[in-house]
Design a protein around this ligand. Structure first.
Ligand code: EPZ
Length: 417
């Protein structure tokens, strides 16, 4: 397992460029099989999840070639095959092949991982959506066999605005007869990114980014082209680092509208920053103030920044309360944060109390999940002494070229296998 070693206390100065969004890219690759023949996806992040998806596409005889930061995807020889367990359980986002293969071939067979470290994360909303479109879903243990003689467009209501289900049903609906309307859809920017790809393929998609999305099914698509949006969660993670230990740290590639909730909270905490077009300049702030945060679906405060901002709040004066409303088990990073000197206390399954400011001291810690690992990495950057983070593969899954980016702005960080 890889280990990150960080020597704390080194200021971050210089420029970090934000990479393409993981949570867009992992949907855009499976979506590319819907294109007529070829697709180009620009600004793809260099993360392991992308390689896992390329492995699955290669299995389906879909040719994927790298060209600088772009992927060229060629469907000429694409064929449907059952996706073996060892490939599809590598990552949750492999479930986007369900919607894409169902639309393209009317059948998909793959295994799907159960819960993960932050919660049960069922896919019942996805499955209900496929069934509403006329698919038959058979589940044997964690093996899914989904078939449809004919997908027919329908008005579908989501009990919860699931990001994954919104994208998955959007993909499936492209292969349905007639129009599908998703009510109570998720509105995250990633959905707009995927919709723009489908529209470029000649598929009629309206309302992406709102609670109501209309998709007109078609059998005729064109070649696709799309650029991955900058990653709003990577942005937030680096912004939080800048607020704690930056010195005129410049973060390039910011889309303000994607991070409004974070910026509002930083204002409440007393973090000073400047944004010029798509560049934020931020330095270490003194006299941080405690605040309360409730994670919500977009445009509310993103759950994926809950663990990173917890580290910021360990340095704020007073008592902060975080309410995590999206996942049921997303405070696992606090055990090791406390071992580093933080004072956090899990009040209930979804409520965390943080008292500060508290001096952090380096320690040997373990990443429990992607954003929990990011929280510990941020702590290591500001702690006195050295921090070692085991299981740091988790962190590398969501942040491309992380060690290089941080080293280039002055961090003392290295990775050892
Ligand atoms: C996406 O996961 C992101 N992952 C997550 O980011 C992110 O936390 C989440 O959206 C919320 O913004 C990717 O895009 C690959 P959901 P997803 O479906 O699609 C429940 C990260 O750190 N739910 O909106 O799985 C589910 O259990 C990751 O980058 C059902 O109950 O999120 C969860 O509690 C972590 N049934 C809540 O909804 C379903 O069928 C949100 O899930 C689907 C979801």
């Amino acid at each position: 397992m890889a280990k990150l070693t960080i020597e704390g206390g080194h200021q971050l100065s210089g420029e970090i460029k934000i990479s393409g969004a993981k949570n867009s890219a992992v949907a855009l690759l499976p979506a590319a099989i819907l294109a007529k023949e070829k697709s180009t996806i620009f600004n793809v992040p260099e993360i392991r999840d992308i390689e896992y998806l390329i492995d699955i596409m290669n299995l389906l005889d879909c040719k994927v070639t790298h060209k600088n930061d772009a992927l060229i995807i060629d469907n000429t020889n694409l064929q449907n095959k059952p996706i073996p367990e060892e490939l599809s359980v590598q990552m949750r986002a492999s479930y986007y092949f369900m919607g894409a293969l169902l639309a393209k071939f009317g059948r998909v067979e793959m295994s799907f991982p159960g819960g993960c470290n932050i919660g049960a994360r069922p896919i019942d909303i996805h499955i209900k959506g496929f069934e509403e479109l006329g698919a038959h879903v058979e589940i044997i243990k964690n093996r899914y066999i989904i078939t449809a003689n004919k997908l027919v467009g329908k008005r579908i209501y989501f009990d919860f605005p699931s990001v994954g289900a919104t994208i998955n049903i959007m993909l499936a609906a492209t292969g349905a007869y007639g129009t599908t309307i998703i009510e109570n859809a998720a509105t995250e920017p990633e959905i707009v990114n995927v919709a723009s790809f489908l529209i470029n393929m000649g598929i009629e998609v309206r309302g992406a980014g709102t609670k109501k999305i209309e998709i007109v099914g078609t059998k005729e698509t064109k070649n696709g082209i799309v650029e991955v949006f900058p990653d709003r969660i990577e942005t937030g993670t680096f912004v939080i680092m800048g607020a704690l230990i930056g010195k005129d740290l410049r973060i390039k590639g910011i889309i303000k509208e994607h991070n409004e909730a974070l910026f509002m909270k930083l204002d409440e905490i007393g973090v000073k920053y400047q944004i010029d077009e798509d560049v934020m300049t931020i330095s270490k702030c003194e006299n941080l103030k405690a605040t309360n945060i409730k994670t919500l679906v977009f445009p509310g405060f993103p759950t994926d920044l809950q663990q990173p901002i917890t580290t910021l709040l360990t340095q704020a004066d007073g008592k902060s309360i975080i309410e995590e409303t999206i996942y049921e088990n997303r405070f696992k990073n606090t055990y090791d944060l406390n071992r580093m000197g933080a004072q956090t206390n899990i009040l209930t399954l979804n409520k965390l109390e943080i008292k500060g400011p508290r001096k952090l001291v380096g320690a040997k810690v373990i990443a429990t999940d992607l954003r929990g690992g990011a929280s510990l990495l941020i702590a290591g950057l500001i702690a006195e002494g050295t921090t070692e983070i085991e299981n740091s593969e988790y962190i590398q899954r969501g942040y491309s070229n992380l060690v290089t980016k941080l080293t280039n702005v002055g961090a003392k960080i290295e990775i050892t296998e």
